[in-house]
Design a protein around this ligand. Structure first.
Ligand SMILES: Cc1nc2c(=O)[nH]c(=O)nc-2n(C[C@H](O)[C@H](O)[C@H](O)CO)c1C
Length: 152
């Protein structure tokens, strides 16, 4: 399995490092190809390149939108680009964004970023290796990085 990881220098936490560590702990036959770019708007084309030129089966796109209105706009544009890249390639690109204003305290923000990256890496493993395990979680109110909402 070839897994693409793209991340940004704008982010204030090494989410890709956490994701890669989690992937390696949970699967043995994977090759990871990592590309780092300046910001979230650079992620869509990078993910597409990882799929089309590096033959990745799936990609994680990790980024940290800032707290300002223009950052939110960038994040929305990046998201739209990531969806387009998925439709163009027929491959999943897991968007792993942590908005800088999700936590006020930098220690809590770092914890959130690490947990979200790790939990999405676990999602990737389930999607690619253990489909039935993912199906078991259908409707369970799963959340990445924070407490699960739980089922109704
Ligand atoms: C305003 C802005 N905000 C963010 C952000 O919140 N998070 C992020 O990762 N990158 C941001 N960028 C940079 C753009 O995503 C991109 O890297 C540049 O426009 C260069 O293509 C910009 C320009």
């Amino acid at each position: 399995m070839r897994i693409g990881i793209c991340d940004t220098t704008f982010a204030r936490f090494d989410m890709a490092g956490a994701a890669i560590d989690e992937l390696k702990k949970n699967a043995y036959d994977l090759k990871i190809i990592r590309q780092t770019v300046p910001g979230v708007k650079d992620l869509p084309v990078t993910a597409k390149i990882l799929i089309e030129e590096e033959n990745c089966d799936i990609v994680m796109a990790l980024g940290m939108p800032g707290p300002m209105k223009k950052d939110k706009m960038c994040a929305h544009e990046a998201s739209t680009g990531l969806i387009n890249a998925q439709l163009m390639t027929n491959k999943h690109i897991l968007e792993v964004f942590v908005h800088e204003d999700e936590e006020d305290n930098p220690v809590e923000l770092a914890k959130l970023a690490e947990n979200r990256a790790r939990e999405h890496a676990q999602n990737l493993i389930k999607m690619m290796y253990h489909r039935k395990a993912m199906r078991k979680e259908a409707g369970m109110g799963m959340r990445e990085g924070k407490e699960n909402a739980g089922p109704l």
